[in-house]
Design a protein around this ligand. Structure first.
Ligand SMILES: Cc1cc2nc3c(=O)[nH]c(=O)nc-3n(C[C@H](O)[C@H](O)[C@H](O)COP(=O)(O)OP(=O)(O)OC[C@H]3O[C@@H](n4cnc5c(N)ncnc54)[C@H](O)[C@@H]3O)c2cc1C
Length: 383
């Protein structure tokens, strides 16, 4: 049997940022991952960092979105210095297209709040102005919201850099599948694997879309399901697309690898992570609707991965009620890369006995959360 102060289950962005912040505070951690680090959504996401839109923004996710962005900016210096791994963090504006009057009304309704947020410049652009940003946008464009101050990052490189930095500070990685917890007198004492266990005083469960498995380990409902999404990487004609062009839940930009990344789908397909021809066609059609000149782009690669989504669409983040030393961190949905560092920071603060800088009240794990089947399930996760 191995022992550690804190065991983190899951080597995605949430698990690895938690490990990083704990390692920086001198806490001994073991990260247990059953596949490879960053081998699911955290390694294949688009990496867009836009804290001014999405489910719960404005609303319960607004504060953590801003906190996530601040931490991404810090990480873009600290982990790169510590590891030499270039994580491709780029400040990059967003251009959300209105291709119908309904799109224009929806985008304009969100604009006043976006314009109040410090650090960003959000503006309505008439079609001709939007075309000056990216001349290839559709002739159907009625206008667009431009946000300056948004960014993107290469999520896989970020997770690798966090891993290397954490290991240098003493964190250990262990390969294995966690199957449960051992408890004694209301507190966690060990994490159980298929053929072994790791003793610990705290455990952080950061297993993304698989989090509902932990309901049985904790005797607390953790109502999280997978929402599949796919991305195309294309060799595109003409110059790079200089910003993230969006339309509804679709987006496209040229990434540092020189390819045009275009997404995405929202598919209820269980835990299936295979790419499909139907998704290829759907993403391709949306791409051509936004940027018709991309009809000639050639697909180089197609990826699929699973977002962790709670039934009420909100994060599940905090202490598990009734079990001392147990924490859950999941539910990042379409914004898990953006939220990830703030989720890891908040859990590290709780373990260190510090007060998290953001309110976690709305995200508390437990029976009071809305369950699947309730009337207002989170269906539209926005961008
Ligand atoms: C197509 C697509 C595009 C996206 N684009 C963006 C974007 O532009 N911006 C943004 O902010 N977010 C984006 N996201 C969302 C983001 O990728 C996810 O919300 C985020 O990666 C979830 O991170 P996680 O650490 O919670 O989960 P994961 O990355 O899924 O990591 C969980 C890990 O836990 C491991 N695990 C599971 N069960 C066990 C077990 N029993 N024992 C041990 N290990 C276990 C898994 O193997 C996995 O590695 C996108 C998602 C998709 C699908």
């Amino acid at each position: 049997m191995v022992s550690s102060d804190v065991v983190i289950v899951g080597g995605g962005i949430v698990g690895m940022t938690t490990a990083y912040y704990l390692a920086r505070a001198g806490v001994r951690t073991v990260v247990i991952e059953r596949d490879a680090i960053g081998s699911h959504a955290s390694g294949f996401a688009y990496g867009g960092l836009n804290p001014l839109s999405g489910f719960g923004i404005p609303g319960p996710h607004a504060e953590i979105a801003q906190a996530g962005m601040r931490l991404h900016r810090e990480l873009s210096e600290s982990v790169v210095e510590e590891t030499g791994i270039e994580i491709e963090f780029r400040v990059r504006s967003s251009l959300a297209l209105a291709l119908s009057e309904a799109d224009a009304r929806r985008l304009q309704a969100a604009l006043p709040w976006q314009q109040e947020q410090p650090g960003y410049t959000a503006r309505w652009l008439e079609a001709a102005e939007a075309r000056r940003v990216e001349p290839r946008i559709s002739d159907d464009t009625r206008g667009a919201v431009s946000i300056e101050g948004t960014a993107d990052v290469e999520p896989y490189r970020l997770v690798l850099a966090l891993t290397r930095a954490s290991e240098r500070l003493g964190a250990r990685l262990q390969h294995g599948r966690v199957t449960g917890l051992r408890r004694d007198g209301g507190r966690v004492t060990a994490v159980l694997l298929e053929r072994s266990s790791v003793e610990c005083s705290s455990v952080v469960l950061a297993i993304g879309p698989w989090s509902s498995e932990t309901s049985a380990w904790l005797d607390v409902p953790i109502d999280v399901h997978p929402l599949k999404g796919q991305i195309l990487r294309l060799k595109a004609p003409g110059p790079s697309v200089p910003c993230s062009v969006g339309w509804g839940h679709n987006y496209a930009t040229t990434k540092p690898d020189g390819l045009l990344w275009a997404g995405t789908t929202e598919e209820h397909a269980g835990f299936d992570e295979e790419t499909t021809a139907a998704a290829r066609d759907e993403i391709g059609a949306a791409l051509v609707k936004m940027l018709p000149a991309m009809a000639d782009a050639q697909i180089v690669h197609q990826t699929a991965c699973l977002r962790p989504v709670a039934s009420d669409g909100l994060l599940v983040l905090g202490r598990v009620p009734g079990i001392e030393g147990a924490y859950v961190a999941t539910g990042g949905a379409r914004k898990g890369i953006l939220f990830g560092p703030a989720m890891g920071r908040a859990i590290a603060d709780l373990i260190l006995g510090d007060t998290p800088k953001i309110s976690l009240e709305a995200f508390a794990p437990g029976a009071s959360r809305r369950r699947s089947g309730d009337e207002q399930d989170a269906r539209d996760l926005g961008r």
